[in-house]
Ligand binder design. Structure first.
Ligand code: NAP
Ligand code: F7E
Length: 372
């Protein structure tokens, strides 16, 4: 009998990569999907292909805020493994929707854990909780490990802290195999478009094709430990295969600033950015194709890594500036993980380097630019 997995958040970035991984391991995969006005399976289709839906992948309508729906699904599916990835996952949005964020991210996790208990599956079902480096927030030590004290800085972080401890509590109270993966930022071409990395690669691809004038960002000094989602979902799976449940940091052990990410994205096309000014007056200046959104300039050709800019007219202008609209009420300035425990106990380590991650995202977003 193939193992059965139930993934909440299957339509998100990690859900799609994890589904691909589990299908390749022969699992029967069940996913929780919200009812939306348009079918929301683009990532799954692109990564897993349509045939995956025919006999191995089953999608169920539901919502993490609906206890009855979650309990019924867990009882019906009786999964061997649950990956609780569903979340309102945007930190800045959590300041605008704190109550909803807590309902989904905090109580949503409790609903999953309690559903397993109510269905008498505590001895059978392994539960993975998508915990986060945002628990560390205003960091108490650098780098952060499993023993670093938590200090969340957003409604998102606080909600995830509740979920973290509830997972520990169900493990300690009921002997459940319930584990937290404390994952640092992980990105990919399938990252949501309003997270900073994807916002940067999409904007850089458009600017390099004359289709966008400039990129506006918030705090460019923020530093993150950025890895690739494809590598990180392997860690999720390994956590549930380990002999014992526990809590694991998953990180690359390397950090970069938002400014460095921007610099590397443009360097992909051989374009150097000159940074000038400070704070809200900081700008990035570069020599790039003339901004020509309607292509009235017929000689503008498509940028390709192999051929470069061809005969495209170029100009030097501001391509990056700061817009305080993107600042957060409380910022997480620096995150750097120490993945020693997961390396030692799970044999996991990040495979994709920072430059490879930026390159893969740039390749993808440049391909997505409409043919002109
Ligand atoms: P994502 O792309 O934003 O995906 C979130 C998923 O949750 C989507 O499938 C979304 O559905 C679903 N969802 C949102 N609200 C829901 C609700 N009320 N009921 C049911 N499903 C709901 O996030 P991700 O980057 O894949 O992250 C996966 C998980 O890991 C999240 O819990 C996130 O908080 C956590 N995490 C992420 C990172 C990271 O760097 N990516 C790091 C640490 C932890 P729709 O498609 O319908 O919106
Ligand atoms: O911001 C700064 C921003 O939104 C990264 C989620 O997956 O990872 C993610 O949360 C940094 C922050 O991710 C812009 O202020 C500057 O310091 O890409 P982000 P995040 O907040 O780190 C954690 C681990 C999760 O668990 C979350 O679910 O970049 N920044 N300018 C900006 N950020 C955004 N979004 N947009 C900007 O214009």
């Amino acid at each position: 009998m193939p193992k059965k997995a139930f993934i909440t958040g299957i339509t998100g970035q990690d859900g799609a990569y994890l589904t691909h991984l589990l299908l390749s391991k022969g699992y029967e995969v069940h996913g929780l999907m919200r009812r939306t006005s348009q079918f929301n399976v683009a990532r799954l289709m692109e990564l897993c292909g349509g045939t995956a839906f025919e006999d191995k992948l089953f999608l169920h309508y539901g919502d993490s805020t609906d206890s009855l729906n979650i309990t019924t699904l867990v009882e019906d599916i009786r999964p061997d493994e649950i990956f609780n990835l569903a979340a309102q996952s945007h930190v800045k949005v959590s300041f605008e929707m704190p109550v909803y964020t807590c309902d989904v991210d905090a109580l949503g996790t409790l609903r999953i854990l309690e559903a397993v208990r109510q269905a008498h599956l505590t001895d059978k079902t392994h539960v993975y909780q998508a915990s986060t480096s945002e628990l560390f927030g205003k960091v108490h030590e650098i780098p952060q490990s499993e023993s670093t004290p938590f200090h969340p800085r957003s409604p998102y972080g606080v909600a995830k802290l509740f979920a973290y401890w509830m997972t520990v509590n169900y493990r300690e109270s009921y002997g459940m195999f319930a584990s937290n993966g404390i994952l640092f930022n992980h990105e990919s071409p399938f990252r949501g478009e309003t997270f900073v990395t994807r916002k940067i690669t999409m904007a850089a691809a458009r600017i390099l094709n004359g289709l966008q004038e400039r990129l506006e960002l918030g705090n460019m000094d923020a530093k993150r430990d950025w890895g690739h989602a494809r590598d990180f979902v392997e860690a999720m799976w390994l956590i549930l295969q380990h002999d014992e449940p526990g809590d694991f940091i998953i990180a690359t052990g390397e950090q970069h600033s938002v400014r460095e990410f921007v610099t590397l994205a443009f360097e992909y096309a051989g374009v150097s950015i000159r940074w000038e000014g400070e704070g809200v007056n900081e700008v990035g200046i570069a020599r790039v194709p003339v901004y020509s959104p309607n292509r009235e300039n017929a000689s503008v050709s498509r940028f390709k890594p192999e051929t470069g800019f061809g005969n495209t007219p170029m100009e030097e202008r501001v391509v990056v500036s700061v817009n305080p609209e993107f600042f957060r009420p409380a910022e997480v300035e620096t995150l750097l993980g120490n993945p020693a425990k997961s390396r030692q106990l799970l044999g996991w380590e990040a495979k994709t380097s920072f430059p490879q991650l930026v390159q893969e995202m740039m390749d993808y977003d440049l391909r997505k630019i409409p043919i002109l």
